[in-house]
Design a protein around this ligand. Structure first.
Ligand code: NDP
Length: 447
């Protein structure tokens, strides 16, 4: 069988074994499509069936999460944790609480996480978890009861040397605090390294909150620098207004760019004078309100309900909300409007058609598994500090993050070059991330 047919056969098997999990299929296909030249160079990977093995999670747990709302009504949600691959270290990856969550989403995220964590150079395996619970509109007490119930199942399979969850969509500092509190109560241990994204006063790390957005901006800065360019004077659009989006805005602004639009799941704001970050932080981090309320503070800004943020002309785009938010049509529009760089803060935010458009147009395109690796990298630094009972300062941690992102960029561009696709960071990220995992799996035998 020709190599491409062999890879296609593995992909078809994944589709058959995981029916109805479209996002997982999409993530697997993208990685597998990059691996042909790797199998030519390393025939031992084929012999050990590494690709087949890497597509099958090591362990998956699905559980019931019952909880009571403030009126005493009982609700039932579903929780899960997919421990995908532990070749490079303890399982590591966030928890997502969003009504769209089902096993296919968690598997896609867990699969991506394996290669992303590998790219950071830190000893972390790949995992992801979550629930179809929607924290939006819930009181703090309801969120706390849900988190306690969720952890009452999850605690059995996590631990600082086993599996270390963190945040993702719908899971921020508040949720991490409640989850950690319940873990501590159930185990009678202050095991700080069991979860990352903790508050600074109880074992959290400086820069963790900022890390994904800052890291993604550093990555795009590296891409721009490769063409002798930078953020100065650039018009920037950032989708979403959550953790990743907010700190992307902050770093872009520090580097001289101007963020002119942001969004949430209800609509888009456009502020040609530059979106005011303090207002966004107040609305989103403190008051948990909707982005349309931005216009109460800034009368000249425009709000478009259900608007498409990618219609707004910009130099640099940071999709930082959710998967498949940039379609082929959106990508064409961005390119036509003069966009020169895309940095994926979100995971898999561009559809395969969109990726194709960006690569064909030759614009700078930083795929999520590389560009947003700064979050988990800084979680790795949090684990290091917890293990050493240390707390590093903001500046020194930020410098480490910058170095890690530079290194991620270099690994991707060098692998792309070495394997015959110079400048294609999708292929570069997949190959550089995969080779390390494959080697570690071979070294550890058939497990
Ligand atoms: P948050 O929950 O803090 O923010 C998510 C933002 O995206 C909100 O503005 C939300 O709007 C919007 N959003 C979420 N789902 C949808 C949807 N289906 N349609 C439209 N808008 C949506 O999450 P994060 O900022 O942490 O995560 C954003 C992305 O970054 C995700 O893809 C995540 O996997 C990825 N990521 C996050 C990391 C981290 O460290 N947090 C690390 C690496 C990647 P609304 O409030 O209206 O729902």
């Amino acid at each position: 069988m020709a190599l491409t047919e062999k890879i296609e056969a593995i992909y078809q098997e994944v589709v058959k074994r995981n029916p109805g999990e479209a996002e997982f299929h999409q993530a697997v296909k993208e990685v597998l499509d990059s691996l042909g030249p790797v199998l030519v160079k390393y025939p031992e990977f084929t012999e050990a069936k590494i690709i087949r093995r890497v597509c099958e999670p090591e362990r998956q747990l699905i559980f019931r999460v019952p909880w009571q709302d403030d009126n005493g009504e009982v609700h039932i949600n579903r929780g899960c944790r997919v421990q995908f691959n532990s070749a490079l270290g303890p399982y590591k990856g966030g928890l997502r609480f969003h009504p769209s969550v089902y096993l296919g989403i968690i598997k896609f995220l867990g699969f991506e996480q394996i290669f992303k964590n590998s790219l950071t150079g830190l000893p972390m395996g790949g995992a992801k978890g979550g629930s179809d619970f929607d924290p939006k509109g819930k009181s703090d007490n309801e969120v706390m009861r849900f988190c306690q119930s969720f952890m009452t199942e999850l605690w059995r399979i996590i631990g600082e040397h086993t599996d270390v969850p963190a945040g993702d969509i719908g899971v921020g500092g508040r949720e991490i605090g409640y989850l950690f509190g319940q873990y501590k109560r159930l185990t009678n241990k202050f095991e700080a390294g069991v979860i990352t994204g903790k508050g600074l006063i109880y074992g959290g790390a400086q820069v963790r909150t900022e890390a994904t957005g800052y890291g993604c901006t550093y990555f795009v800065n590296e891409m721009l620098a490769s063409r002798g360019d930078g953020f100065k004077g650039k018009k920037v659009v950032v989708s979403g207004s959550g953790n990743v989006a907010i700190y992307t805005h902050e770093k872009v602004t520090q580097l001289g760019g101007k963020v002119i639009a942001m969004s949430d799941s209800n609509g888009v704001i456009f502020d040609k004078t530059g979106v005011n970050l303090e207002t966004i932080k107040l609305l989103k981090e403190v008051q948990r309100r909707r982005i349309k309320d931005y216009c109460e503070y800034h009368k000249n800004a425009q709000y478009t309900p259900n608007g498409n943020i990618w219609d707004i002309p910009c130099d640099v785009a940071f999709p930082s909300a959710t998967e498949n938010e940039i379609t082929g049509k959106d990508a064409k529009k961005l390119v036509k409007n003069g966009c020169i760089a895309v940095g994926e803060g979100a995971n898999m935010p561009t559809t395969p058609e969109g990726v194709h458009v960006f690569l064909n147009a030759g614009i700078l395109y930083g795929p999520g598994k590389a560009a947003n690796a700064g979050g988990v990298a800084t979680s790795g630094l949090e684990m290091q500090q917890n293990a050493g009972r240390e707390a590093w300062g903001f500046e020194e941690t930020d410098i480490k993050l910058q170095q890690i992102m530079r290194n991620v960029y270099l690994q991707c561009s060098e692998a792309a070059e070495e394997f015959g696709s110079p400048g294609n960071l999708v292929i570069g990220a997949n190959i550089a991330g995969f080779i390390k995992v494959a080697r570690a799996m071979i070294a550890q035998g058939l497990v």
